[in-house]
Design a protein around this ligand. Structure first.
Ligand SMILES: O=P(O)(O)OC[C@H]1O[C@H](OP(=O)(O)OP(=O)(O)O)[C@H](O)[C@@H]1O
Ligand code: HPA
Length: 179
């Protein structure tokens, strides 16, 4: 798979160091609380697993599957819930765990949905933030790295469901998707 990667942007070590920092910040901010971490499947699965281990508070976890990209490198603009949460969120402190914010459509849809369900508080943690991709106004409370306006894969991030298992993150060669 390495031959499909144009440039590695973040090594496994860089990612793990950053996840540790984010876990420490969330642990500090949520001392004495028991937030519900909401993992947005599938992309955030690696980040959720590592971040939860680096967060030293009695958190709980739930999972929601949302998709808008399908097999494309551009958002379809239609956000679909493929699997909803198991837990009630009313009155809870929520932390939405995302791998990347690009257009922002996924998170703006989700934040509105969780507000309607009467969450007590909602914060967003994303490992990657692509501000140049934004079409709606949303920003994370915690982010790991800002990334350029290129399609990246690895550490949960996919193209057509592949490359999620790379332990590093890099720019996908445009030849892979432009034909
Ligand atoms: O800010 P946006 O433009 O909405 O993009 C971000 C979303 O896109 C990806 O999900 P995708 O729909 O590809 O599903 P996946 O997580 O299963 O890969 C990613 O995991 C984020 O959830
Ligand atoms: O750059 C990206 N890579 C993978 N999935 C994504 N979903 C939004 N942006 C991206």
């Amino acid at each position: 798979m390495q031959q499909d990667i144009l440039e590695v942007l973040f090594t496994e070590e860089m990612i793990q160091d950053k996840v540790r920092e984010l876990g420490a910040a969330i642990s500090r901010d949520y001392t004495g609380k028991s937030p519900l971490f909401i993992c947005i499947l599938k992309g955030a699965v690696m980040f959720m697993a590592d971040l939860a281990k680096r967060t030293d508070i009695p958190l709980e976890m739930d999972f929601m599957a949302i998709s808008s990209y399908g097999d494309s490198t551009k958002s379809s603009g239609v956000v679909r819930i493929l699997k909803d949460l198991d837990k009630e969120v009313e009155g809870r402190d929520l932390i939405i765990v995302e791998d990347i914010i690009d257009s922002g459509l996924t998170l703006s849809y989700l934040r509105n949905l969780l507000l309607q369900r009467n969450a007590k508080s909602i914060r967003i943690v994303t490992l990657f933030d692509k501000p140049e991709g934004r079409t709606v106004n949303i920003s994370p409370n915690y982010f790991g790295f800002q990334v350029p306006n290129r399609f990246i894969v690895g550490y949960g991030l996919d193209y057509a469901d592949k490359y999620r298992n790379l332990p590093y993150v890099g720019i996908l060669r445009p030849e892979v998707y432009s034909h």
